[in-house]
Design a protein around this ligand. Sequence first.
Ligand SMILES: CC(C)n1nc(-c2ccc(NC(=O)/C=C/C(=O)c3ccc(F)c(C(F)(F)F)c3)cc2)c2c(N)ncnc21
Length: 289
Amino acid sequence: YSQPSTPKQWHLGMFEIGKPLGKGKFGRVYLAKERSTGFVCGLKVLHKSELQQGKVEKQVRREIEIQSNLVHPNILRLFGHFHDAKRVFLILEFAAQGELYKHLRREQRFPEWKAAQYIVQMASALKYLHRKHVMHRDIKPENILVGIHGEIKLADFGWSCHAPNNRRNTMCGTLDYLPPEMLRGGGGKDNFYSEKVDLWSLGVLMYEFLIGEAPFEDTQPMTQRKIVRGEYSVPSFVSSEARDLIKRLLVLDPEKRIALEEVERHPWIVKHCQKGERATNRASGDKCR
Ligand SMILES: CC(C)n1nc(-c2ccc(NC(=O)/C=C/C(=O)c3ccc(F)c(C(F)(F)F)c3)cc2)c2c(N)ncnc21
């Protein structure tokens, strides 16, 4: 189906509501079909009363403003929004293969060629975000969905921390993915950090894809101490190229972290993600975008 044209005014009657896909902190998301085009999407329902209690109305408006302008194959689209007396509705891209988190738990850990595909797609999405001066700040498997073709769809649930089903034991906001600079300086809003925070989290994500658990996973105080000291170990089954890229991402000094352009050229990525004709006629699935 063609993507929905953006009519001036969306309203609920334009959608046939399907099964609930799940629920977040601020409401539920349903499978939906836009009647005039048959276009399948996700429809997120936010209750204004909850947003008012959470004092996040203006944050939602800003979030919607930012997300509506993001168009990238590895960033989940927000096509539009509308509201009625009690609710705000977000018209979202439907990620047909659901949560990456569930795939990772089911497979325990990803083979290196699959992890490399996901990392190069994340690097592409982050390069796009950073060019628009948007920092994600909450890169973790729970915030990543998978599209119909198995491609990564980076979404932003920062605040919605899903109901505690097979998620990490800490309820909202596990420390595992926080970079040292966000843990230092009392964690106040004032300590400055740059988009390099997303590179640290990319390193944590890569580690978790390959090993099946986060590098600093421990009790909260121990995790915090391991992060600020950059203390982690890589099991011997991980290739030396993968180990090298993890090491260049998990650097305590934000300024010394490898740049996204260099991630895309790193030997581990190049080995598994050849661009151009070789990728098309290669037997195994290890081709990359
Ligand atoms: C359950 C399953 C796994 N699931 N879930 C999705 C899904 C994807 C994206 C979203 N995005 C948002 O909810 C964005 C919300 C905001 O931007 C926002 C809302 C309130 C605030 F206070 C704020 C605040 F930042 F202002 F606080 C922001 C929600 C669900 C999904 C999907 N699209 N396809 C397939 N399956 C899917």
